[in-house]
Design a protein around this ligand. Structure first.
Ligand code: NAP
Length: 319
């Protein structure tokens, strides 16, 4: 019933555009804002709420112009509003397949059963969280295993929790969760963090965070809900159990490229290769943001990618 209502509320009157952007995160929404300002008839197809991965965090400290930081949800709303004010449309659709019929003629198929046509397409689909792949993870997802601290953390207020990972996401979310509990374990497979040093220092000095370093989670326990994790120290081989009510997994990202994989070249990790003008290996098809092969995945680089991709799309359409 819910699905039916969603389909009804997202019916569209128009399916042909100059530029279609797939994915409504910072890269996609910026590309939409630029595309619309270039006077291209522009639409964004977004499968969930616009904002992308930004909406999965609570606070953003490193976006220029906001020296005190900004609520992630507020920043996402501002990106969306800016794209709309510029004249872009945002349509609720999950893309299943992209086909290029000829020059300036792409067809985008959706899981709603409809399709859209565009002269140029920008892929800004971002990434999904990588899974740990240990026993208990799949079974207990949504019952204490989570990939979104800001969504699920409040359910475990004052309870012991664990974060797995040592990148920017794990550190950021550990600091968020440590505001909700005084017992947070950060489990990382090395003793150095990959994430920003300023965050690493804050985590190391936080009274509510206990570091479990050089260690990996080998199993997540619980019947109906998470009750604990087994942790193995990689240096000593010793295993032990930590009693926690929730495990937040932040061990990296898998790019969302399934609908386009025949049209784009990727690097070894599956991220889309582009040149500095965001061109993929298919003429007229561009990629922007986290889905692209790059070495700094931040909101600020995503929005820059979006601006460049829209500029290149405009050149392609008007060439
Ligand atoms: P990431 O930077 O790839 O870090 C993944 C972490 O998980 C690493 O510490 C890695 O350990 C660990 N790991 C990977 N596979 C593992 C496994 N199988 N078992 C245990 N640990 C594993 O991922 P991320 O933190 O999700 O960040 C993704 C991208 O988003 C990064 O480019 C990051 O800079 C960016 N980001 C930006 C912002 C922002 O703009 N404010 C916020 C968050 C993230 P090793 O270190 O040993 O490899």
């Amino acid at each position: 019933m819910q699905l039916f209502l969603m389909e009804e509320s997202t019916s569209v009157s128009k399916t042909e555009y100059d530029l279609i952007i797939i994915g409504g995160g910072p890269a996609g929404l910026t590309a939409a804002m630029y595309g619309a300002r270039y006077k291209l008839d522009t639409a964004v197809l977004e499968k969930e709420t616009p904002g992308g991965q930004v909406t999965l965090t609570d606070f953003v400290e490193n976006y220029p112009g906001f020296p005190q930081g900004i609520e992630a949800s507020q920043l996402a709303k501002l990106f969306e509003e800016h794209a709309k004010v510029a004249g872009a449309e945002i349509i609720s659709r999950q893309v299943s397949k992209l086909v290029k019929h000829g020059e300036k003629d792409f067809e985008i198929f959706t899981y709603h059963g409809d399709s859209f046509r565009a002269k140029s397409v920008i892929i800004a689909t971002g990434c999904n969280p990588r899974r740990l792949g240990v026993p208990g993870e799949k079974e207990l997802t949504g019952r204490g295993v989570s990939y979104c601290a800001v969504c699920d953390g409040p359910f475990f207020k004052d309870k012991p929790m664990a974060v797995v990972g040592g990148g920017e996401s794990a550190l950021t979310e550990a600091l968020y969760l440590a505001k909700l509990t005084d017992k947070l374990y950060l489990i990382h497979r090395r003793d150095q963090f990959r994430g920003a040093r300023v965050l690493g220092d804050r985590v190391r000095n936080h009274p509510n965070i206990e570091l479990v370093l050089n260690s990996v989670v080998t199993e997540i326990h619980g019947e109906d809900k998470v009750e604990g994790v087994t942790v193995k120290n990689k240096l000593t081989g010793e295993t032990g159990r930590l009693d926690v009510d929730a495990v937040f997994i932040y061990i990296g990202l898998i790019p969302n490229i399934e609908p386009f994989k025949e049209l784009v070249e990727t690097d070894d990790a599956g991220f889309i290769k582009t040149d500095e003008r965001m061109r993929t290996s298919t003429d007229g098809l561009f990629a922007a943001g986290d889905v692209r092969s790059k070495n700094l995945r931040q909101i600020v680089t995503a929005v820059a990618d979006g601006a460049l991709a829209a500029t290149s799309a405009d050149e392609y359409i008007n060439s």
